[in-house]
Design a protein around this ligand. Structure first.
Ligand SMILES: *Cc1c(COP(=O)(O)O)cnc(C)c1O
Ligand code: SF4
Length: 362
């Protein structure tokens, strides 16, 4: 076994693959029920039924993080019958398609847009809020890129462009370089943000060469989706150091997922772990009401409880905002636990992080 091979032992099966670069890892992804059943104890006919509706892609790196059947890594990557059995949720609850002036671009807030420049992901997350688009029903091509850029150029109110997908970091270096170059050249675009799961799900993609390209377009922010402490591996740590060393501020947008990270202990470990690899926790998203993902949804009370166990209990720097995204395209709204318990004789009665009540004169 060499240092660049991965061995997975699960339920009596062993998966070993040699790879030397990210293209190899990605092209060894498992996409069919037959392949998956070789490595994991799953019911082939179930997987087949689910993947007819929602495609599967698990690359060997992410697969190697599974420790046991049904663990939090498994839940994010292995299809579950609940995806097709629950019959709840909407294809597009946030009305992204309605707020799309040109294909693959969502303009919800006046000063910023979300621009989808890639239709590929390093894996298909089972909880993806853009599940309607995964696989075949989504395509990015030269025309969609050209039209998106033209829209941004034309609308001078846009000062912040989030490039997303899919995953922008799955584009080839030259393609990404070219898109960033054209965006960066627009005078009113003050900052660019990249939304990516790649440093978490395919960290081998993050090379010094990639960082060298990104660096040319600062101020460029990178927001990564880490959902679990166990995703912070030596490989992910290395990917984040390469990006941080290149001067790119890193943030994290996690999704609150039932059975994955919906306890105060799991979240605290995650956010503290992120600071150690120079990633600032930015948002915890409540899972949206998206068809095929509703089994991941938690109650808002649970989310608030988690926030309560973060504020004051750990570094303020580690505490993200807890966000809900309003149906119909209303946008994101932060939810904050209630700390003011009463107003008495002109004083605020305020609960601190330990639950003790203090009087605050106003
Ligand atoms: C989340 C989101 C943004 C960016 O929101 P921030 O709160 O600024 O991070 C922009 N456009 C769309 C459509 C979004 O969903
Ligand atoms: S990487 Fe992002 S866009 Fe792709 S499947 Fe996962 S959550 Fe969805």
């Amino acid at each position: 076994m060499t240092h660049n091979s991965k061995t997975i032992s699960l339920a009596g099966t062993t998966y070993c693959k040699n790879y030397s670069n990210w293209h190899d890892i990605l092209s060894s992804s498992i996409t069919t029920a037959d392949e998956l059943a070789k490595y994991l104890p799953v019911k082939k006919q179930n997987i087949r039924k689910i993947t007819e509706k929602f495609p599967m892609r698990i690359n060997p790196y992410y697969l190697s993080l599974i420790k046991y059947v049904g663990d939090p890594v498994w839940k994010q990557s292995i299809p579950d019958m609940m995806e097709i059995n629950l019959h709840s949720g909407m294809e597009d609850p946030l009305a992204e398609e309605a707020q799309s002036p040109v294909p693959n671009l969502i303009h919800r807030y006046p000063d910023r847009v979300l621009f989808m420049v890639s239709d590929q992901c390093a894996m298909y997350c089972r909880h993806c809020m853009r599940k309607r688009r995964l696989g075949t029903r989504f395509s990015v091509n030269n025309d969609t890129i050209k039209d998106g850029l033209a829209y941004i150029r034309w609308n001078k109110a846009i000062r912040d462009v989030l490039i997303s997908g899919g995953d922008p970091l799955l584009l080839e270096n030259e393609v990404l370089d070219n898109i960033l170059l054209r965006l960066h050249a627009i005078d009113h675009v003050e900052i660019i943000r990249i939304h990516s799961r790649v440093p978490c799900t395919l960290p081998q993609r993050v090379t010094r060469e990639l960082a060298g390209i990104l660096k040319k377009y600062i101020p460029l922010y990178i927001n990564i989706q880490f959902n679990l402490y166990d995703e912070i591996t030596p490989e992910a740590t290395k990917a984040c150091s390469i990006l941080a060393d290149a001067g790119l501020p890193l943030g994290c947008q996690s999704v609150l997922l039932k059975g994955v990270n919906d306890t105060p202990a799991a979240m605290k470990k995650l956010v503290q772990g992120l600071l150690k690899i120079r990633v600032k926790p930015y948002y915890i998203h409540n899972a949206d009401f998206v068809e095929g993902t509703c089994h991941f949804r938690t109650s808002v009370n649970k989310g608030l409880k988690i926030m309560q166990e973060l504020y004051g209990h750990t570094s303020g720097l580690a505490v993200p905002h807890y966000m809900i995204d309003l149906p119909g395209g209303g946008g994101k709204v932060p939810l904050i636990p209630e700390y003011i318990v009463a107003v008495k004789n002109g004083n605020l009665m305020v609960k601190n992080y330990e639950g003790k009540i203090y009087k605050y004169p106003v």
